[in-house]
Design a protein around this ligand. Sequence first.
Ligand SMILES: *[C@@H]1O[C@H](CO)[C@@H](O)[C@H](O)[C@H]1NC(C)=O
Ligand SMILES: *[C@@H]1O[C@H](CO)[C@@H](O)[C@H](O)[C@H]1NC(C)=O
Ligand SMILES: *[C@@H]1O[C@H](CO)[C@@H](O)[C@H](O)[C@H]1NC(C)=O
Ligand SMILES: CC(=O)N[C@H]1CO[C@H](CO)[C@@H](O)[C@@H]1O
Length: 433
Amino acid sequence: MTNYGITPTETPRLCVVMVGLPARGKSLITQKIVRYLSWLSIKARSFNVGSYRRLQEAHPSADFFDVHNAQGERMRRQAAELAVKDMLEWFETSDGVVAILDATNSTKARRSWIKELLQGHGVEPFFVESWCNDKELIWNNIMDVKTTSPDYVGQDPEEAAKDFMARIRKYEEVYETLDETEAESSYVKIINVSSQVVINKIRSYLQSRIVYYVMNLHIKRRCIWLSRHGESEYNLTGKLGGDANLSPRGEMYARKLPELVKEAVGDRPLTVWTSTLRRTQQTARFLPYPKLAWKALDELDAGVCDGMTYEEIEQKYPEDFAARDKDKYEYRYRGGESYRDVVTRLEPIIMELERQENIMIVTHQAVLRCIYAYFMNVPQDRSPWMVVPLHTLIQLEPRPYSTNETRVPANIPAVSTYREKGTSSKHSTEVVE
Ligand SMILES: *[C@@H]1O[C@H](CO)[C@@H](O)[C@H](O)[C@H]1NC(C)=O
Ligand SMILES: *[C@@H]1O[C@H](CO)[C@@H](O)[C@H](O)[C@H]1NC(C)=O
Ligand SMILES: *[C@@H]1O[C@H](CO)[C@@H](O)[C@H](O)[C@H]1NC(C)=O
Ligand SMILES: CC(=O)N[C@H]1CO[C@H](CO)[C@@H](O)[C@@H]1O
């Protein structure tokens, strides 16, 4: 059956417990871990204690977060219990693998409570602390929070920021960071956004993957540009795969691309990544930036169907054709690859993309769909069917709680290479503008 990349000997139930003062990027890290694991087909979900608390107290003032406020303390504890209850239910009913408890968990006593609770239910606790005393980073985070947090909807931004600072001071009074007194716990402590990382008792493969991932995250503003290669000679005849040259219209796109890219990128430094195939390298060849060719960016390998049209595939391998329509993500071409295989080989690319700043990727339809799905959180039953037009520059700007997308068409016509689910295999010679 399917190997999810988890060794079968380990307990496949992990709870990542976030630790850290407010405005240390915990929710951002939480959301990214969920997206990354889901992209790798590892079932993950976050449980935000704050949103359970909000059900009882929608717009609490800073006093609510005072540890000496017994009423507030009781409600916060209740919210955490509700979150954990739902989490355990999710493990049972949805075959969950990784749950992420997004809370403050500011004291050793609380961590010890949650650790026992989880272990009592056969769930391995793993603490991820984001620790930071860089004033500028914290301030930037507060500005993001005050404009996006549901706690402050409809409030004056200045007032919201002040209240939030007061709330943070309440937590600071009691906050205890992870240290050697918790040496028996599995944890990773990220200091000043990965300028220093402390790891302790990493017990499983899954934990080490999460550690490796969070170590690579940064929060600098940057963009990622994606483009398919220009129309190729194979696209004109509807053939798959191969290593064809660009068509005359594809060539026009390659010549226009530097202008489009310059307009979008401005003076920012940029590195261009291509696959090792001719059509992506020809498309990128006029771009005046450093280039890197990755084998991992090569198109989905169509195996024995390489060089055939969809029509020929339907005739020669009708049951394969139908199987691919039924589950395009899992379908693996004879002697070739599935979308899942492509995601697996793209993982180092995603890891490197997280580490880098401005990058442009010129690649192929299936590969581009997989990369796009990671950033835009597109589920697997939809990602293989996504429309990614030829001759269009896609700009993605990752922001704390979403990714901003802009599409810039080059206005150079190309054949449509999109085949809708369940449609006839006839190659479309219709020209889209
Ligand atoms: C974190 O950043 C602040 C501000 O740049 C610096 O003063 C502090 O020494 C850093 N701490 C660590 C442990 O790197
Ligand atoms: C376009 O042509 C290339 C070969 O040059 C092929 O790999 C790719 O799959 C084609 N796109 C579609 C969707 O037909
Ligand atoms: C998204 O990006 C576009 C282009 O850079 C910009 O004009 C727009 O304001 C951005 N939207 C958000 C919500 O940041
Ligand atoms: C401050 C805060 O919200 N801490 C929570 C950490 O997690 C434990 C268990 O989930 C809660 O009891 C605390 O309230």
